[in-house]
Design a protein around this ligand. Structure first.
Ligand code: 13P
Ligand code: 13P
Ligand code: MG
Ligand code: MG
Ligand code: MG
Ligand code: MG
Length: 379
C-alpha cells in the first residue's frame, strides 16, 4: 500500500502573508531529499500556495505515522529558523505547540493523507489553498462526487452510478458521520452547506470500495482558541477508472465560489483557481487562491507535477473572481463581506463585548423618556 501525505504549514510570509521565501523552499527541498535518501519516504516534492509550504510525500508508513509527521514538524522548524533570520512575517505562525508528541493532530500544521493500493495508472490531483478554511472544499467535493451536472461519469460510468460515501466532521463537537449519495444527498447538503462547522473529511467509492479523496480538516482557531491566521487547507483527489475524470475533478473550480478567509481570515471572498506563478494573494490579502498539482503516481514515485489551473480554460473563472471581489469589497466592514458574528468569535469581538457590557441599557418602556442622550435638552 502507498500513502500519499500532504503536510503543510505557514512558517513565515514573504512579504506579509503573500508568499514563501525561496530560501525556505530550498531548505524544505533539501530535507525531503535527505528523507528520500534515508528511506523514510519513497518520493517527495515541495510546493507552495501563498505563504504556506506543502510537503507532498509518498511512503509506506500509513496515515498519522509518527516518523512522517515528526519529519514534517522538524522541517517546519528549520524553515521557521530561516523566516526568523530574514525577519519574515509571522515566523512559525502555524506551529502552535512547542514540542512534538506522536503526530501532528492539534499542533497547527494541516495534513491530508490517503492510503491506497496503486492502480495500473494512478492519476491524483493535490489541491493547495491559501487564505481560506477547510470547509472551502465542501462545495467542489459535492460537485465532483455527487452532482451529475458537473460529473458526467455519475450517469455514464457504470462504476460510478451507485455513487459515493462522504465522511463529514462536526468541528464544533468533534464527531463524524457518513452520508451515502445519491440517496442521502439532501441530508449531506444540509450539513456541508455550513462549511465553518461541517467539513467533508474523506470520500469513498461505493462500487469500488476504495478511498477517492481526503482533506485537511483542522481549524486553527478552534485549536488555539483565538485568531492565529487561516487554515489554508489541502486536499487529495484520485481520478479516473471509476472515479471522476481529471477534468471532472477540476470543473467545480470554474465557478469561483465564495469562501471564508481573505483579509485577517474574516471575510467572504471568491476562491480563485490559479497556476503556481499566480498563487500570491495580494489584493486585500486575497482573493483566496487554489492551485491544482496533477501527478501520476507510479511505483510510489510522483511523476509531475502538472500545474493544472495554469490553463486558459480557467481565465474566465479568474475574471469572475476579480469581479466578485470588486462587488464584495464595496461592502467594507459590512456583512456579507465580513463574516457573521459567530464566525468572528475568535477575533476582537469578545474583548469589545466585555468592554461595553456596562454601557448597554434596556430598551425604554412605552411612555418613558426615550432618549439616552438625557443631557441634551430638547425643545
Ligand atoms: P481520451 O480519448 O483523450 O483519452 O479521453 C477519454 C476521456 O474519457 C476524457 O474524459
Ligand atoms: P494566512 O493564514 O495565510 O497567514 O493569512 C492570515 C491573514 O490574516 C491574512 O490577512
Ligand atoms: Mg501567514
Ligand atoms: Mg496562508
Ligand atoms: Mg494560514
Ligand atoms: Mg505502475
Amino acid at each position: 500500500m502507498t500513502t500519499l501525505s500532504i503536510i503543510k504549514a505557514d512558517t513565515g510570509g514573504f512579504v506579509g502573508h503573500s508568499e514563501v521565501h525561496p530560501e525556505m523552499l530550498s531548505e524544505a527541498r533539501g530535507a525531503l531529499h535527505d528523507a528520500i535518501g534515508d528511506g523514510l519516504l519513497v518520493d517527495g516534492q515541495v510546493a507552495r500556495c501563498g505563504d504556506d509550504i506543502s510537503l507532498i510525500m509518498t511512503h509506506e508508513h500509513g496515515p498519522d505515522a509518527e516518523a512522517v509527521h515528526s519529519f514534517a514538524w522538524q522541517t517546519f522548524l528549520r524553515t521557521t529558523e530561516i523566516a526568523k533570520r530574514l525577519g519574515l512575517y509571522g515566523a512559525g505562525q502555524d506551529l502552535l505547540s512547542t514540542a512534538f508528541s506522536g503526530n501532528l493532530r492539534g499542533m497547527g500544521p494541516g495534513y491530508a493523507e490517503l492510503e491506497f493500493t496503486e492502480r495500473p495508472s494512478e492519476p491524483v490531483i493535490c489541491f493547495l489553498a491559501d487564505k481560506t478554511e477547510p470547509g472551502a472544499w465542501n462545495l467542489p467535493l459535492y460537485k465532483m462526487f455527487a452532482d451529475p451536472f458537473n460529473t458526467a461519469g455519475l450517469v455514464i460510468d457504470a462504476k460510478m452510478h451507485a455513487g459515493f460515501r462522504f465522511e463529514v466532521y462536526d468541528l464544533h463537537q468533534d464527531k463524524r458521520i457518513v452520508f451515502d449519495t445519491p440517496r442521502e444527498a439532501y441530508d449531506l447538503l444540509m450539513f456541508i452547506g455550513a462549511p465553518a462547522r461541517y467539513v467533508v473529511h474523506s470520500v469513498e467509492s461505493t462500487t469500488l470500495d476504495i478511498p477517492a479523496a481526503a482533506t485537511s480538516t483542522q481549524r486553527l482557531s478552534l485549536i488555539a482558541g483565538k485568531y492565529v491566521g487561516k487554515d489554508d487547507p489541502v486536499m487529495i483527489v484520485r481520478c479516473q477508472s471509476g472515479l471522476p475524470a481529471v477534468g471532472e475533478v477540476l470543473e467545480p473550480f470554474a465557478f469561483p465560489h465564495s469562501v471564508a478567509g481573505c483579509m485577517r481570515g474574516s471575510h467572504h471572498a471568491p476562491i480563485m483557481p490559479v497556476g503556481l506563478e499566480q498563487a500570491t494573494p495580494a489584493r486585500f490579502d486575497g482573493p483566496p487562491r487554489v492551485v491544482a498539482l496533477g501527478f501520476q503516481i507510479n511505483d510510489g514515485k510522483l511523476i509531475g507535477p502538472r500545474d493544472m489551473f495554469a490553463d486558459p480554460s480557467f481565465d474566465r473563472a479568474r475574471a469572475t473572481a476579480n469581479k466578485a471581489m470588486d462587488y464584495l469589497r464595496r461592502h467594507g466592514p459590512f456583512e456579507p463581506h465580513r463574516l457573521a458574528l459567530e464566525d468572528l468569535e475568535y477575533t476582537t469581538m469578545h474583548q469589545l463585548e466585555a468592554r461595553l457590557t456596562n454601557r448597554w441599557e434596556p430598551l425604554p418602556t412605552a411612555g418613558e423618556e426615550d432618549s439616552v442622550l438625557a443631557t441634551t435638552p430638547r425643545s
